[in-house]
Design a protein around this ligand. Sequence first.
Ligand SMILES: Cc1ncc(COP(=O)(O)O)c(C=O)c1O
Ligand SMILES: N[C@@H](CCOP(=O)(O)O)C(=O)O
Length: 465
Amino acid sequence: MKYISTRGSAPVLPFGEAMMTGLARDGGLYVPETIPQMTHDEIAALAGLPYGDVAFRVMWPYLGDTFTETEFRGLIAKAYEGFGHAARAPLVQIGADHFLLELFHGPTLAFKDFAMQLIGQMMQATLAKSGQRITIVGATSGDTGSAAIEAFRGLANVDVFILFPHGRVSEVQRRQMTTPTESNVHAIAMDGDFDDCQARVKDMFNDFDFRDGVRLAGVNSINWARVLAQVVYYFTAAVSLGAPHRKVDFTVPTGNFGDIFAGYIARRMGLPIGRLIVATNQNDILDRALKTGEYRPDGVRPSISPSMDIQVSSNFERALFDAYGRDGAAVAQLMAELKTGGFSISQGAAEMLRETFASGSCSEEETSATIKLTHEATGEVLCPHSAVGVHVAESHLGGAPMVTLATAHPAKFPDAVEAAMGVRPALPPRMADMFDRAERMTRLPNDLAKLQAHIRANIAERTAN
Ligand SMILES: Cc1ncc(COP(=O)(O)O)c(C=O)c1O
Ligand SMILES: N[C@@H](CCOP(=O)(O)O)C(=O)O
């Protein structure tokens, strides 16, 4: 399997190199040259298998010769052994034909653990073979950062720098990033919003002296391996609700478009997904873009679902690539226009996107009301992001069973949940001392040179010791 860039002019790479590279050298995102297909019988045969076995069958065709079959099975087993639920991604019924896919039983209580734990294993195995060291720089609106830190903390040959928007993540999310004591973990509270953090990370990838000098690696969902690992739970969920013998719909709380893009890949592999519904908070650029064909960021508005406070949604580029018939030059042109305010999606591409994705948005009041009403009706406590999903899903019920992705544990957002339903959700006992631990972070401006100097200085100090 070969990987090509959405902007059409970067080297074509095998899986292992695309994973270690992160962003393509032309600024684009890697995607597989072709999408492996699973037949009706192959999908039916997934029924009843443990999560790890489904993960192997779904992902193996994408890997080429990066790992042997035995190695890859071992990495999957290690990645998911720390999850707090035997099913890894259990389904819970919340309505006649409405199910929640609980994706928050991993070590940092958000869906990011599904991919990050596996990427952690795959990157460590790759580095062990090459003897290299790498510098991971990631941007987070709260969850990716803690999941990355958890996956790479304590490794001698990896430094992890996480840029989060100062004052715009929940206290639990911040403490997950600032309380680890390992010297390879570097939390940076940057002035600005998530889009600024993500833009600086991309700037670092596009600065080849810096990129090559520090051996930069990326674990945001710009990295194809992140998306791939998330394809798996669409299969486990749909099959347990009767696929491939019937269709299943999915609603996905969406920010950077990685999770819903994984659902799109599952559908292209042959999983009978009916509707794929993008659910946004008040930062509703994706909902508007799908409805109007105009993609024009107008500033991030902080919300009670802060991990989805995103306007420049990086994986949308992967969807545009397909919508434009895999024309890298056309995508590069759109991304150049984005830098100066936004772009209009061509009529043909907009039609393709509308046929592929439905969408809806959820206001702050609707998010709170959904947390309250869902708890009253079902006993399920939703995090605000999952509540955005449930609210949007409710206006699309009917026909196939609906699965809404519950992307984070409510205890990561205790203030929003308590304000909505009057009860403060508790952290799992293993995290109970989080508020007593000392925090360690560096506050930096939104300034590429200063960020790069900080990263270089820290690496120099670590490698000198
Ligand atoms: C809790 C939570 N829900 C939903 C999302 C949106 O996922 P995606 O960025 O893959 O669209 C994120 C982060 O992006 C998140 O942290
Ligand atoms: N919501 C995310 C934003 C970054 O997402 P990624 O999936 O592109 O890495 C977060 O919590 O950090």
